[in-house]
Design a protein around this ligand. Sequence first.
Ligand code: CA
Length: 234
Amino acid sequence: MPRILVVEDEEHLAEGLRFNLEADGHTVDIEGDGDRALERLLGSGAPYDAVILDVMLPGRDGFEVVHALREAGQYVPVLMLTARGRPEDVLNGFEAGADDYLPKPFELAILLARVRGLLRRRQWAREAASAAETPRTLAFHGRTLDLAALELHVGDKTYHLTQMECDLLAYLLRNAGKAVSRKAILEDVWALHEDTDTRAIDNFIVRLRRYLEDDPGRPALLLTVRGVGYKMAV
Ligand code: CA
């Protein structure tokens, strides 16, 4: 049974989530504090298959929790619950290393569908990684992106990417040679249609360049197209 940690300090909401997630076939733990959630997630005793993480928490906030998780090499899928009307929260969440987000208040059916989506993606990634056949990879400029393992191999270095970093890089590679706008990236990679601050995309690009480029300050692969967006060199 998939095991899910709900990190939410509003007790009635956390208990409502527990009830519905359990009815959907999951095992659920609740943590109401960011610091304790992080301890639990980094501890060895409780491996989770997914985390539902509120942004506003006592102790460390949701952004700090997911950032610390990723820094520690813990890549459990994270669905962030962001405040309504704060689209910048969404990209802050992705920048910190979240995999998906849902603005509050949300419809329960949508939350359950998102959680199933995260678990399914993780399952596919695991199956592909352990399958005997060649994993799905994209090779470019002597680098290899492993879509199943969420790994980028550059020379003898291996970088572990979040699902969203991997999806963004794959999108740029599939559109190599074409300039893609920030708006297209938001719509196609993140399925965000609201009026979001698209400059936040730039943070992701900076991170990808750190992995990809020989000299991240003078990119030769992931190029800026002035007034448009970005382009992966062919
Ligand atoms: Ca909260």
